[in-house]
Unconditional design. Structure first.
Length: 183
């Protein structure tokens, strides 16, 4: 139950206890690249990479995983990873193309327009809430204009009578809820 690390425990532990706390085994990018290419040419590693590519894992994710693992094991530094990363990436792409496997590189730009529109609407909603808190009349025109249009639904004429006109107000519940009439 209490097996978690105590705050500051890493400061009193034995130094150079982990592989990444020691100098790397390979300092030159050429050495590290030769090491990785030798590892990637092993049949079991090659098969594992091709299997992961068939699961639609991006090539960039696989490359980063290979390089992070090597850094964690103390094979080379992060700086060397940044230098040899593009070569490892291209090697995996070439391997996928040679075997005819469809792959996703992962270097494509992701569409952020939806996220930015969400952030804009969120800011407008915050301004409206501030206006309400200050007992001002909120300006809802900007917010309504930025919302995506909802598809119109055709309701049968009979079902329009079944719709509730007014929702009852829900009363607060729980230990911290104030009883009615108390301010």
């Amino acid at each position: 139950m209490f097996d978690a690390a105590i705050p500051g425990q890493s400061l009193v532990g034995e130094p150079k206890n982990y592989a990444w706390e020691n100098p790397p085994r390979m300092n030159l990018p050429e050495e590290a690249l030769a090491f990785h290419l030798e590892e990637l040419n092993k049949p079991k590693k090659m098969e594992a990479i091709l299997d992961v590519l068939q699961l639609d894992v991006e090539v960039i994710t696989i490359t980063e995983g290979i390089l992070r693992s090597a850094v964690a094991k103390g094979e080379h530094s992060i700086d060397v990873s940044l230098i040899i990363g593009p070569v490892i990436h291209e090697y995996i792409v070439g391997l996928a193309e040679a075997t005819g496997i469809d792959y996703i590189e992962g270097t494509e730009e992701k569409d952020t327009s939806e996220l930015s529109m969400y952030a804009i609407r969120e800011n407008k909603a915050r301004k409206i809430l501030e206006d309400i808190k200050k007992n001002k009349e909120p300006d809802l025109e900007d917010l309504e204009a930025s919302l995506p249009e909802a598809p119109e639904q055709d309701l049968p004429e009979d079902s329009a009578q079944d719709l509730p006109v007014e929702m009852p107000e829900e009363k607060p519940k729980g230990l911290m809820a104030r009883p009615e009439g108390v301010m």
